[in-house]
Design a protein around this ligand. Structure first.
Ligand code: PLP
Length: 369
């Protein structure tokens, strides 16, 4: 019998996630499993909560990693904060805004959407106009739209609703750990992320944080949270307090990995990490431009960690990506939805954002094109 794992190649992950994982995180994942109510583990959970608060720039007590990927984080925020017939406004300029609309609609909420062209940011004036027309219980938007490489103006949108009753929900799956995320300062009430992007940990956990306003909404629900597994009113009994109550068995080793990944970022210094992402982004863009390749997004709205480039005319999308993977062991991402076959998405997330990786990719692209 052949062990398939032994033949998995060491791929340089330069797509939209997962990103490269530091050996210290792999070591952490391989640490001995202990019990999920072991006092040593409870102590580690408390430290992880503290690290996440630092990364999110928040003082929110309800800040925990939910078991599941980024989409579980998205679902957690919507199922806990929405009730039937609540009015929701979702700002959409890519795949993940579209997914939010789907998740919110399944919960029986009245969902309005404002759509913006893919590859361009949300227009704040349009949001203001809509907020003047109708009162919303919740407004949701993606910070770093991974499907296009656009950064949305989270701070400005937060300013629009900070004096309203509207709860502000932001997807920080791709932004957290790679660029500034100021949860409290930007008046965000609910935030979720994922481990496999700029946190440079394998996929499997979704850091989530709720403001006091969001917790109040949760505590005053008319109906139970319609999803047992993601009900934060129960999960928090395991994640906080003196005596912890079993809810589901925590993914112990994934949490070791997340602990180490957060530790690495805080140890390097968040400012230094953000600067490294920005410097690597600038290097990649200048190399691509020298090759005559165009970038999808205008300079001022570009994300440092996700770069969308327009596939040059006459180049076969699938062929180049599969040759990059098979001949050079480099993964990049293709386009999604209306951008399928039109763009490539190059990730510079977390550990991937290093000069040697960019040089390796550019060398390979020059040979292939
Ligand atoms: N939101 C954004 C912005 C994402 O980029 C992703 C994944 O790429 C998700 C949500 C969903 O996360 P996951 O695929 O980990 O469930």
């Amino acid at each position: 019998m052949k062990n398939q794992l032994k033949s998995i190649q060491d791929t340089l992950l330069m797509g939209p996630g997962p990103s490269c994982v530091h050996p210290s995180v792999y070591n952490a994942l391989a640490t001995n499993t202990i019990g999920h109510l072991d006092p040593y583990f409870i102590n580690l959970m408390d430290q992880i909560k503290g690290y996440l608060k630092i990364l999110m720039n928040t003082r929110n007590r309800l800040t925990i990693p939910v078991s599941g990927t980024g989409s579980a984080g998205m679902e957690t925020c919507f199922v806990n904060l929405l009730e039937k017939n609540d009015n929701v406004l979702i700002l959409i300029n890519g795949v993940f805004g579209t997914r939010m609309e789907d998740v919110a609609s399944r919960l029986g909420a009245n969902v309005d959407v404002l759509k913006f062209e893919w590859g361009t940011p949300v227009i704040v004036d349009a949001v203001e106009g809509q907020l003047n027309k109708k009162n919303y219980d919740l407004l949701a938007v993606v910070h770093a739209e991974t499907s296009t490489g656009v950064c949305n103006p989270i701070n400005e949108i937060g300013e629009l609703i900070r004096k309203k009753k509207t709860l502000y929900l932001v997807d920080c799956v791709t932004s957290l750990g790679g660029m500034e995320v100021k949860m409290d300062k930007w008046h965000i009430d609910a935030l979720y992320s994922g481990t496999q992007k700029c946190l440079s940990c394998p996929p499997g956990l979704a850091p989530v944080s709720f403001s006091d306003r969001a917790v109040e909404k949760l505590n005053n629900r008319k109906a139970k949270v319609p999803n047992w597994y993601l009900d934060l009113s129960m999960i928090t009994q395991y994640w906080s307090g003196k005596s912890r109550v079993y809810h589901h068995t925590a993914p112990i080793n994934m949490l070791y990995g997340l602990y180490q990944a957060c530790y690495n970022i805080i140890q390097e210094g968040m400012e230094a990490v953000f600067k490294r992402h920005m410097n690597m982004h600038n290097l990649l863009i200048s190399e691509l431009e020298q090759m005559g390749i165009q970038i999808l997004v205008e300079t001022q709205s570009r994300l440092p960690m996700l770069n969308s480039l327009i596939i040059p005319d006459g180049v076969d999308d699938g062929e180049i990506r599969s040759r990059l993977l098979n001949e050079y062991q480099i993964e990049i991402g293709g386009g999604l939805g209306p951008l399928t076959g039109k763009i490539w998405r190059i990730g510079l997330m977390g550990e991937t954002a290093r000069e040697e990786n960019i040089i390796r990719l550019i060398d390979a692209l020059k040979k292939l094109l």
